[in-house]
Design a protein around this ligand. Structure first.
Ligand SMILES: N[C@@H](CCC(=O)N[C@@H](CS)C(=O)NCC(=O)O)C(=O)O
Length: 223
């Protein structure tokens, strides 16, 4: 396990899964140098004592860094909390995030960020588990998680359609990073995004062209 190094560089403990990729996409987009500590969750490394001391829930990604206000060491888990922290600390030009001073658009960002955290990732994650990894084929579980995931993609489609192809305002922000890492992985759960949710497909193609997004996405891959 890597520990935070003396030059204060951010340490990312992660692997190339959708939640892990949220962190690498944002860090690459912002050109933030980081030290990568690969936690192989297929080898149960997330349950080691040292990793558990960083995240008692034993999930990647986790970062170690220093607070931008008082420079105290901090450990942050939860991929969307990592996005909020990294944007606050490193996006000093506010290229990819809104702050509370920006008014209602900040709350829109939070709303869509939380939507990705509490609706998109869990439903797609469950579908992925039941389709790709469960030891037994459980048709009810597959159908239920498919239905929930489709509802999420329906909501994204509606929002993008009504809001000129963006989730928040008409600009890029951290909610897009959070959505991108999962939508880009949609073929793994056999969702036909191109034909069923054309606005989401166009959105994905648009995000693919943003600097650092594909680099961050492909930085690592599980398996
Ligand atoms: N809510 C967490 C979820 C993190 C998560 O589910 N990480 C998965 C990989 S994508 C993991 O570490 N799985 C290992 C395990 O469940 O043992 C976040 O957004 O960071």
């Amino acid at each position: 396990m890597t520990v935070i190094d003396s030059d204060n560089k951010l340490v990312l403990h992660s692997i190339g899964t959708p939640n892990g990729r949220r962190a690498t996409v944002l860090l690459k987009h912002l050109n933030v140098p980081f030290q990568y500590d690969r936690i192989d969750i297929t080898k149960q490394e997330q349950f080691s004592k040292s990793f558990r001391s960083l995240n008692p829930y034993s999930k990647i990604p986790v970062i170690e860094d220093h607070d931008p206000i008082n420079n105290e060491a901090v450990v942050i888990f939860e991929s969307c909390a990592i996005l909020l922290f990294s944007a606050e600390k490193y996006d000093t030009q506010k290229k990819i995030h809104y702050t509370i001073e920006d008014g209602p658009v900040y709350w829109d960002q939070m709303k869509w960020l939380f939507f990705t955290a509490s609706d998109l990732s869990p439903s797609q994650g469950q579908l992925s588990f039941y389709r790709n990894f469960a030891p037994v084929q459980d048709d009810f579980a597959i159908q239920r998680s498919l239905q929930e995931t489709e509802k999420v993609y329906d909501a994204l489609e509606l929002r993008l359609n009504e809001n000129k192809g963006w989730l928040v305002s008409q600009t890029l922000n951290i909610a897009d990073v959070a959505a991108y890492a999962f939508v880009k992985r949609s073929s793994f759960v056999e969702l036909d995004v191109e034909h069923k949710w054309p606005q989401v497909w166009n959105y994905l193609e648009k995000l693919d062209k943003i600097q650092g997004f594909q680099e961050g996405y492909h930085y690592d891959a599980l398996g």
